[in-house]
Write a protein that binds this ligand. Structure first.
Ligand SMILES: Cc1cc2nc3c(=O)[nH]c(=O)nc-3n(C[C@H](O)[C@H](O)[C@H](O)COP(=O)(O)OP(=O)(O)OC[C@H]3O[C@@H](n4cnc5c(N)ncnc54)[C@H](O)[C@@H]3O)c2cc1C
Length: 467
């Protein structure tokens, strides 16, 4: 008999470690306090919801998902002993922390003579399988993408048959958020579960994917897949997503639609690129990927950090994004780039503060993508935005939210204000601002001044100036 340890693979089908082999399977999920120490209410809520759906799937097949609390090595050892399991299977982790945890579990099981079967599942191509001709991991996405794009991909696999599933003979409840030591999330969390993921994927691939090229940079259009929580928590398998995307490409009505599908595939490749970066550089979760000659002199400014977190900076597109995050535990990609640039290049605050806030607030947070995004914006990452390319938050707002639809959705103080006034907010006098939207704050910094200060900060870090 085999225990299957579900982690970020909260689905029955297209789950390689679950289905491989022909041994009877008993599924288990462990709420480990060491993992929960890095978690936050939005993600725990999503996981609970997804576990309930997964458990129903097992129960409909006369099995059940065991849900236990405790440190994974001890809990899995206890269950292996109790159920006389010969093997424990799970999908391999790629972060430094995740790999160390996997090793501890495997060591503990080995002491008892229980086999650990770890399977590569979470990405199409395992770290180390796409490298430069010298065998080194890629530091530049465009070269990685070319190989990723052309490399053959495995197809999705079916769920295990009911005849392979074991009935544990007991029902274990899913602990509440309070049981686990979390408050209710402030945001409305999207529904979890493998069925929701499948619908989301099908809806997106049946139409919106063909407009992805143009729509993805317009936050008001809601033209992206919103699959990120599902890919993060594994309520959908990567092979299922890719198979569906490839079939959408085959059905594409014209060349432009085919190109849009290819652009979407490129985003899936970014996800894998950042997982490879994290695998080979586990320290990036706390350290700059890229070394500068001197330390970057980030500023400590609690008041500005608070304004950024609360969406009260007086820069409408930034505030709309931060409020979307607070309300939905999600933020549109274009706006993530803008708010990350604003924190690091306008407020001159360390990207680690932003990463930490996103870790606490995003339902789709995973260290690989979140860190990749932050270090890109802060010009400290692999293949990052050059330090001298600094987003202007006003022109970004005007270009990507021209009619201020997105801004007005999330910033009610600006609802009655014309788009051109919103995009010129920084240029209005205090009196004009008071007349136009008295509840909305004036910009907390002057972008042009801060741009100069950011350039000077990076030039000092590069050893190009001393003042
Ligand atoms: C500062 C910052 C922080 C971010 N933090 C996260 C995070 O914690 N978790 C996360 O999944 N994504 C993160 N991203 C990447 C991206 O913003 C989200 O994946 C995307 O907005 C999710 O919406 P979607 O599923 O509709 O994306 P789509 O546009 O529909 O893309 C499909 C999938 O491709 C992947 N993807 C898309 N864009 C990127 C990207 N730039 N980098 C890596 N993968 C990508 C995601 O898995 C996404 O679900 C971050 C980006 C930035 C700039």
């Amino acid at each position: 008999m085999r225990l299957h340890w579900h982690r970020t693979d909260l689905r029955p089908s297209d789950n390689l470690p679950l289905v491989r082999g022909d041994d009877p399977i008993l599924p288990v999920y462990v709420f480990d306090p060491k993992v929960l120490a890095h978690a936050a209410p939005p993600r725990v809520a999503f996981v609970r919801d997804s576990l309930a759906t997964l458990r129903s799937w097992y129960r409909a097949r006369e099995s059940d998902l065991l849900v236990v609390r405790g440190e994974a090595p001890a809990e899995l050892a206890r269950l292996a002993d109790e159920y006389d399991a010969e093997t424990v299977s799970w999908a391999r982790a790629y972060s430094g922390l995740g790999r160390r945890r996997d090793d501890r579990v495997a060591d503990r099981l080995a002491e008892m003579g229980v086999e650990s079967r770890t399977v590569h599942d979470h990405l199409h191509h395992e770290p180390g399988s796409i490298t430069t001709n010298d065998g080194d991991p890629y530091q530049v996405y465009s070269y990685f993408w070319k190989k990723w794009r052309d490399r053959e991909k495995e197809s999705s696999v079916a769920a295990p048959g009911a005849d392979r599933l074991v009935d544990p003979g007991t029902h274990t409840p899913i602990p509440t958020l309070a049981d686990l030591g979390f408050d209710e999330p402030e945001a409305t969390i999207p529904p979890g579960g493998y069925e929701t993921a499948r619908h989301r994927l099908n809806d997106f691939c049946s139409g919106p994917i063909y407009d992805y090229e143009t729509g993805r940079d317009r936050p008001a259009a809601d033209a992206t897949s919103r699959l990120s929580p599902h890919l993060t928590h594994g309520t959908v398998g990567v092979r299922t997503v890719h198979d569906r995307v490839v079939s959408a490409r085959e059905d594409a009505p014209d060349e432009a639609a085919r190109e849009a599908v290819e652009t979407f595939r490129g985003e899936l490749a970014w996800r894998e690129f950042y997982h490879h970066v994290l695998h080979f550089n586990p320290a990036v979760v706390t350290e700059n990927y890229r070394d500068y000659e001197n330390d970057i002199e980030w500023r400590s400014d609690e008041e500005a950090l608070r304004a950024w977190r609360d969406g009260e900076t007086g820069y409408p597109i930034v505030d709309a994004g931060m409020r979307q995050l607070r309300e939905e535990a999600y933020m549109h990609n274009r706006v993530r780039m803008i708010v990350a640039s604003f924190l690091t290049k306008d407020l001159l605050i360390d990207w680690r503060e932003g990463y930490d806030w996103f870790r606490r607030k995003l339902v789709d947070h995973n260290p690989a993508n979140d860190n990749g995004g932050w270090q890109w914006a802060a010009s400290t990452g692999t293949d990052a935005q050059p330090y001298f390319r600094i987003f202007n938050p006003m022109t970004q707002g005007e270009r990507h939210d021209t009619d201020a639809e997105y801004i007005r959705e999330y910033v009610p103080e600006l609802r009655g204000v014309a788009p051109d006034r919103i995009h010129d907010w920084h240029e209005l006098s205090d009196a004009e601002r008071r007349r136009t939207a008295p509840e909305y704050p004036a910009p907390i910094v002057d972008h042009s001044e801060r741009r100069e200060a950011a350039l000077a900060m990076f030039e000092r870090a590069r050893g190009e100036r001393a003042d």
